[in-house]
Every structure is written in structure tokens, then in C-alpha cells.
Ligand binder design. Structure first.
Ligand SMILES: [Zn+2]
Length: 148
């Protein structure tokens, strides 16, 4: 049996003799991607599978009432972190919707750098670069005839 190139990591691998059509290496990350892609594809194309996937958490919640409430009460820091992250996701979704509904360009690979200057910058530890998200939003000019 010949060697193959993994669809995900592009490394050469030897397919299992039990899986002659194997197209993905056995690396944990590649196998996770393969399963995720299969799941997405299956949800998109198989209505029955989609229904089972949708019902599964619903049934679990019905069988375990109050689980998430207790979970959050036991782990207030985690709950707070989740709330902060959800707010960020909500904000990002709103901004993406805004961008999709306007002529804004998505600068996914902008090479922008942010420099902190002034007295406060001296207190930063080790002068490390800080990862950041920058959203640039230009307001539209008021429409002719509007009172704003
Ligand atoms: Zn791989």
C-alpha cells in the first residue's frame, strides 16, 4: 500500500491496512478535524442526523434540570468569564452583521501595530507586544434630507 499525504497537515503517512481509503493521518489534531468536518457535512446533508443532534442536548437538559444553574453557582469565576466572552462574541457578531450590511472591507490580515505611549506605558511589564483586536468603523455621512 502506498503512502498518502494527509488532507489537513499535509504530512506523508501510511494508511492503515484496515482503512484502505484513509485520507487523514492518525494525528490527534487531524482526526479531530476529520470528525468535525464529517459532523458538519452530515448535519448539512442529513435531516435525520440533524434532528437527533438538535434533540440530544434538549433531552439531556430535560433529564438534568438545574444542572447549569448549579454549575454556575459552584464556579462563579468561570461563569463571569463565560459572560465576558459571550459579550465579546455578541459584539463581534453585531459588528460582522454591520460590516455585511455596509460597504466596509474586512481587513482580516491587516499588519497594523498599536503603540502605547505616554507615562502609563512605562508601567507595562517587559515591553511585551500585546495581542489586540482593533475594529475600525467609519460613520456614514448623514443622508441628505435627514434632520441629524
Ligand atoms: Zn495529518
Amino acid at each position: 500500500m502506498g503512502e498518502r499525504r494527509c488532507r489537513y497537515c499535509k504530512e506523508i503517512f501510511q494508511p492503515s491496512k484496515f482503512q484502505p481509503r484513509q485520507a487523514v493521518c492518525s494525528g490527534a489534531g487531524c482526526q479531530r478535524k476529520r470528525r468535525t468536518d464529517y459532523h458538519r457535512e452530515k448535519i448539512a446533508t442529513d435531516p435525520e442526523y440533524r434532528e437527533v443532534c438538535r434533540d440530544s442536548p434538549r433531552k439531556w437538559r430535560a433529564a438534568n434540570p438545574g444542572y447549569w444553574k448549579r454549575y454556575r453557582e459552584k464556579r462563579p469565576e468561570t461563569a463571569e468569564q463565560n459572560r465576558r466572552r459571550q459579550k465579546l462574541r455578541d459584539r463581534k457578531r453585531r459588528l460582522c452583521n454591520l460590516a455585511n450590511n455596509t460597504s466596509a472591507l474586512d481587513l482580516k490580515h491587516s499588519a497594523a501595530q498599536v503603540w502605547l505611549v505616554g507615562s502609563g506605558a512605562a508601567h507595562l511589564a517587559n515591553n511585551n507586544s500585546a495581542p489586540a483586536q482593533v475594529w475600525v468603523i467609519e460613520a456614514l455621512p448623514p443622508r441628505p434630507g435627514s434632520s441629524a
